[in-house]
Design a protein around this ligand. Structure first.
Ligand SMILES: [Zn+2]
Length: 421
């Protein structure tokens, strides 16, 4: 017997990431609400071992390098490592951009005025309806490349620019095809209740009937969630309730665009229905905040949208956190009201406009975002057992996530234990 027989056996793993200057991550599988949203696990001189697509060890580098040999070894270069970012609200399936509307808004026209003149969501309908699945996929894949470059490894992806049963299902098929073809993971949401299609002008109840009776049942095998734009000029509270109750009966989870442009009481409805998320909330009432906190319904906040639309009203994120809510932060990437895919930009704006700390902003773009998708047990933190989604940056520490504006700090992206960028 030699001394070497007493040494711990070296385990071989798919990937060993060393040289992590700082590892910052929320912890756990449940959404972090209130004060706990700002509690991160932060360690210096860390390493991470991945095998079979999952994290198998997370700890001090000297410890892990003595326990594991990586079939692939990646040196993080001394920068900050964070979980793969999760964008819990995007509209990425469209053809053609709407920069003309952006110019009009800068010139003083409002979002609602532009929509009433045939712009807005309806102007994107033409693109989706006139396109094949292949064309839409070809437009989507480069957008996913950019999400990945920006450290986003999972997105919730909505349809909503088809607004016929066939075109909405086509959008869901495009999302499914992209999921097969690209490293970014897409969670599909059918947003058939994004707007009343122009053919149903003056008789919105006929479209609601079709959505409930035809679209939701057909979408249920292709999407995880259904979504509605609850706003008095689109679907009011009664219509939204009917749409969401029907979606749930067909087995879809529910997400809702609420209280974005006016204080309609959408948050209260989302709370009552126990939605997976209540999104936007720029005009939420105090009663609405209390209802969301009480029912544990997570806000999904989009701090870039008021900026992009030139609207003054911000979501009262600080009051939501203080009331015990567990908000997620998203881009709301879409061609009309936010043409930005960067969750780093979102984190900075959440700090500047919402007065969220860097730790809260990171939780909002990782664990809390994953929890709105029902994936908190799989994604959103760097912990043993979770899927190995990791972003390596050249930032010195996590406070730089919000401090530094306008530069992409991502150096390497790991999705499911594979280096994908
Ligand atoms: Zn949206």
């Amino acid at each position: 017997m030699s001394d070497r027989d007493d040494a711990p056996p070296i385990e071989e793993v798919d990937l060993l990431v060393t040289g992590i200057g700082e590892l910052a991550t929320p912890t756990g599988t449940l959404a972090r609400a209130g004060a706990s949203m700002g509690a991160l696990s932060v360690s210096r001189g860390a390493a991470v071992a991945c095998d079979g697509g999952r994290f198998v060890a997370v700890g001090a580098e000297h410890e892990l390098t003595s326990r594991f040999r990586g079939r692939e070894v990646l040196d993080a270069g001394g920068g900050l490592a964070i979980p793969g970012l999760v964008d819990s609200h995007t509209h990425p399936v469209f053809l053609g951009t709407r920069e003309g509307e952006f110019e009009q808004r800068i010139g003083g026209r409002s979002y609602v005025e532009i929509a009433a003149a045939g712009g807005g969501i309806r102007s994107s309908l033409e693109g989706v309806r006139g396109s094949t699945e292949q064309l839409l996929l070809a437009a989507l894949l480069p957008r996913l490349d950019r999400f990945l470059q920006l450290g986003t490894t999972t997105i919730e992806a909505k349809t909503g620019y088809g607004l016929t049963v066939a075109d909405e299902l086509k959008g869901l098929d495009v999302i499914a095809a992209a999921n097969q073809a690209h490293a970014v993971e897409l969670v599909a949401t059918c947003l058939g209740a994004h707007d009343v299609p122009p053919e149903f002008n003056g008789r919105p109840e006929d479209w609601i009937e079709i959505v409930c009776e035809e679209l939701w049942p057909a979408a249920a095998t292709k999407a995880a969630f259904a979504d509605v734009f609850t706003e008095s000029h689109v679907f009011g509270l009664d219509a939204s309730r009917r749409l969401m109750e029907s979606a749930r009966e067909h087995g879809l989870g529910i997400r809702m665009h609420v209280d974005q442009l006016t204080s309609l009481g959408g948050a209260e409805l989302a709370a009552e229905l126990g939605a997976s998320s209540a999104d936007h909330l720029e005009h939420v009432s105090e009663h609405g905040i209390a209802a969301l906190a009480d029912r544990g319904v997570q806000p999904v906040l989009c701090p870039l949208v008021p900026l992009f639309l030139g609207e003054a009203q911000e979501a009262p994120a600080r009051r939501m956190i203080d009331a015990g809510c567990a908000p997620a932060l998203s881009t709301d990437f879409n061609p009309g009201s936010c043409y930005c895919m960067s969750l780093f930009e979102v984190m900075s704006w959440a700090a500047l406009r919402y007065r969220m700390s860097a730790a809260e902003a990171l939780t909002g773009t990782t664990l809390n975002a994953a929890c709105t998708l029902g994936l908190g047990h799989e994604l959103g933190s760097v912990e043993v057992g979770k899927r190995a989604d990791l972003v390596l940056t050249d930032l010195p520490n996590y406070s730089h996530l919000t401090y530094e504006l306008g530069r992409n700090p991502v150096q390497k992206v790991i999705k499911g234990g594979a280096v994908v960028r």
